[in-house]
Design a protein around this ligand. Sequence first.
Ligand code: FAD
Length: 474
Amino acid sequence: MVNLTTKKNPIPEQKPLVRNKNFKEVAFGYSEKTAINEAMRCLQCRTRPCTKGCPVNVRIPDFIAKVAEGDFEAAYQIISETSSLPAVCGRVCPQENQCEGNCVRGIKGESVGIGRLERFVADWHARHSKPEDAPKPAPSNGRKVAIIGSGPAGLACAGDLVKQGFDVTIFEALHKAGGVLVYGIPEFRLPKDIVQREVDKLLAMGVKLVTNAVIGRSISIDELMDEEGFEAVFIASGAGLPQFLNIPGENYLGVYSANEYLTRINLMKAYRDDYDTPFRVAKRVAVVGGGNVAMDAARCAKRMGAEEVYIIYRRSMDELPARKEEVHHAQEEEVIFRLQNNPVQIIGDENGYVQGIECVQMEMGEPDATGRRRPVAKPDSNFVIDCDAVIIAIGTSPNSLIRTTTKGLQANKKGCIDADEKLQTSREGVFAGGDAVTGAATVIKAMGAGKKAAQSIAEYLYAKDNKSNGGTDK
Ligand SMILES: Cc1cc2nc3c(=O)[nH]c(=O)nc-3n(C[C@H](O)[C@H](O)[C@H](O)COP(=O)(O)OP(=O)(O)OC[C@H]3O[C@@H](n4cnc5c(N)ncnc54)[C@H](O)[C@@H]3O)c2cc1C
């Protein structure tokens, strides 16, 4: 029987003014009873618009039907057919622009809580699976594949290749695997033991992980292929190079890229007393940008003890690119939104420390060539926000190290590696995907790219055999 309530079952959460002082997860997740009740809101549409909105085409109505029956393990198996990281995606996917944005229930009320149900199913499975259910290593086919980067693209690719018997090694520049999932997205949105669980699963299946290995510096792709016997390489090195505003004052002490700020807190655990990560607590923090990265930085700043935290963004609330839930949570946690404002300079004191940020008010101008109205500065509208830290969160691009140290590897003007629809690059045997190819995007798109790369690499290696056997293999 369909549950016709127009609102999603709420997800229990820590109270805003309690949680903005700790790093524990904000939401607690559905109980079994609530998950079943929410699943019964699904109309089981024959046209499956939700699945069309999912970048990896999870069979959403099918898994929800299993939740409604109380068969949570069957629901997990359905999601796992196409998604390698359901506990992660259930927590961080921008569902409102994907599956839930297409949900028919959303026309006259709130969409089905697909993300909340995915999270519930993944957490239920993790709580109930037994050690003997752990995936076993597949018999090795002896073919070596190198993966550069251990973010969602690298992890998904490794999982799919190792299941087919490939000898997979992930090379990761940092000391911990997980990419943005560990160094960028904070613990209160994505607990790190969830990411570690996924990494451990891969290691149990036989994937090798080499940390502190910066490809292009420790060893090059050419050396991996010519000297170390890797027959194929997947570049999944993300887009970790921060962009700056290029305004006066960006070199003052107390100006950070969001990446550096978040890495100190999340990867290097500056919020924990048992770590001695250097961290300067600021009283008033200005975060420039309007995406998930900006929201994460602002919410972290609050938790690190800032009294006032501002989001400075040049467009309006409707145009904030962050997930709706993050914006809502940031507002509840008393982050102050200074919208339609743009920084023009950072002001410092005589010792070189940040003292304030000068902004100008913005208004909507004429539509540009794309038809989108661009914000333009209002004349004589300058004002200063006093602050002792500024965090720049206006975007990132791929680091140039790999493309400048790999012969024949082509990239576009933005530094993103060129790859065709099979994710093959301009170098034979070298594939690329995730943010390294698209520029900063989403977890699920990176995961989808990793899965696609695994398929292409397997096809490439089998075709290579076929060629060397004179085409006698199937
Ligand atoms: C703070 C923050 C919050 C975000 N929030 C969300 C969200 O809520 N929802 C969402 O869907 N997306 C979010 N994103 C975007 C999402 O995390 C990324 O799109 C996704 O992680 C990209 O995956 P990837 O595997 O391509 O790269 P990454 O996750 O960036 O992983 C790349 C890995 O490669 C390693 N590496 C780089 N160069 C080398 C090298 N030369 N040698 C070896 N290793 C190397 C890096 O250290 C890193 O571990 C967020 C991003 C950030 C920064």
